[in-house]
Design a protein around this ligand. Sequence first.
Ligand code: UDX
Length: 450
Amino acid sequence: MSPTDNRLRRPERLAVIGAGYIGLPTAAGFADLGYEVTCAETNPTKLARLAAGQVDLHEPDLEDLVRRGLKTRRLSFVDHAQRAAGDASIVFICVPTPQAEDGSADLTFVESVVADIGPLVRPGTIIVTRSTVPVGTADRLRNIVGRRDVHVASTPEFLREGSAVRDFFHPDRILIGASEPVVRRRLGELYDVFGVPVIVTDIATSELTKHAANAFLATRLSFVNAMANICEAAGADVHQMMQVVGLDPRIGPKFLAAGPGWGGSCLPKDTRALAYVARQLGEPFTQLESTVRSNEAQFDRVVRRLADHLDGSVQGRRIAVWGLAFKAGTNDLRDSPSLEVCKRLVAAGADVTAFDPAVGAAAVSQLGFAYAETSIGACFGVDALVVLTEWPEFAATDPSLVAAAMSGDVVFDTRNVLDINEWTSAGLRLVTVGRSSPDPLNSSASANAA
Ligand code: UDX
């Protein structure tokens, strides 16, 4: 998993401020590579759990990595940024950057950390933003620090939730935004071990590139979802279509799955942020604004299509929902498409019972719908089932158990993960996103086989 052959103690001492989805894999990852890393976390409960090697994020291999770091004593946790940064030569800022309604970033956490540590860090220290921040942030931080002997730089993370540890050790590329040659060299050495392209740019380019990458991915998904909607109207199949489209090496096969709309902690936030920044810079990004709007429309469309299959309305209907996390492999509910759909269903008067293999009842207690402890448990007596997250166990479920539990027969697979023929054969009416149903090729094949 990690390049464990090279764990010599290394000269730079690192501080990571914030033990969240970005900070914790960064801290534990660098400790595994041989660096002394001190990670600051202000939440006392979380801090105590981390110090005991307990990780609450649903992130494969992260807990093992943290435990290994604690065992080798290269990784330690403290309660304040100042305690982490005092001895460090490089400080990674990984605290949240919440977003206002208009897309502007609230940099309060980032700025207050930098104000706290600025006066006490050692000369030559590099303060690096790793959280996604709007272009121009490094300049603001440099002014806050107000010291010529302290450097500011940007190395945005590209980690995906659910594979953050893997992505840390096997990144596609490393981006370093820095102006001084010495900073470029030191950060370059830090990332050299990964053996992937390291692109060094000015800071503004680095800050903006992270937004560009995520906005591009979001736009790609909105395009696929729009094609799925057209396929539904035309009786075509978006899955087969994207297989062909993705075989063009200029496009590539990944990130082409149609769904209920995209979500998560980065794509929605970064698209809105870039649209906001573009307007501020006098260069409105109307195409991106339309990408954001079309995603909202995709959530509405899920509810509308479900209603169409329930005689025009979901009011008073009992609906089972499978999947609450924004994608499989995580328990993160931030900007989850599933929650967007659930909210709309509840607002339209539906009686919703949800199940998710990684999200517990406590996390959804305030959201206005019921929670079931099992996938089949969610289906008892319901008029319809909606699959909103692509957990593999949903595709592996025996459809006859679902059919026996449900009162109705509508199954809306918004992730296109259920086998059309199997689920249809169980007597269920399978609704998909942009797929011809059932697949004519597979049907004739099974007919011939029979
Ligand atoms: C994203 C970026 O991929 C990552 O590089 C960045 O560092 C952080 O933001 P993440 O938020 O973990 O990562 O999720 P990602 O895997 O990109 O998925 C985002 C959303 O797109 C999810 O809702 C997912 O379900 C959806 N998606 C993804 C699709 O609908 N179809 C696809 O083909 C791929």
